[in-house]
Design a binder for this molecule. Structure first.
Ligand code: HEC
Ligand code: HEC
Length: 97
């Protein structure tokens, strides 16, 4: 069977819908950034800049491998594999962020 252009569009829509569900469900389950003394500077930086991307830049200072705070074996991304958007998945313990 040949897959027509229409079929590909249909497949793309399905994938997008499931991808969105996956992202939404991931967002709610992923561990939040602890609100402790270690992470306080990251919270302060976010409050000051109102930018998660700015706050993200500080995470790999401690969270890196090997030598830093290790990631779980199945962690989806690690700092050396690309830009660190930690807060995209690990939410801050703040309302509405
Ligand atoms: C694409 C989503 C995603 C991104 C981006 C991401 N993580 Fe994770 N992280 C997860 C998931 C999923 C887990 C495992 C399940 C959980 O902890 O909720 C996890 C687990 C962790 C854990 C262990 C948590 C525990 O409970 O033991 C740490 C620490 C961590 N991530 C730090 C980071 C840091 C630092 C960054 C940025 C460099 C980052 N993560 C970027 C999804 C992500
Ligand atoms: C000054 C070092 C440092 C910085 C900067 C830092 N972390 Fe951490 N992080 C730690 C240490 C140490 C732990 C393990 C002890 C703990 O849970 O507090 C940890 C634990 C975590 C955990 C797992 C919490 C749990 O419940 O198991 C997550 C998620 C996390 N950090 C995310 C982040 C994110 C996102 C950033 C950037 C906004 C960040 N951290 C910045 C040192 C740091």
């Amino acid at each position: 069977m040949r897959i027509s252009k229409k079929d590909w569009i249909f497949i793309a829509v399905i994938v997008a819908v499931f991808g969105t569900f996956y992202l939404i469900s991931g967002e709610e389950k992923t561990t939040r950034v602890p609100l402790d003394d270690i992470h306080k500077p990251s919270y302060e930086l976010f409050k000051k800049t109102q930018s998660k991307m700015e706050a993200d830049k500080g995470c790999p200072a401690c969270h890196y491998e090997p030598g830093g705070v290790p990631f779980p074996a199945k962690h989806p991304v690690k700092p050396k594999e690309g830009p660190s958007r930690c807060l995209f998945c690990h939410k801050l313990k703040l309302a509405g962020v």
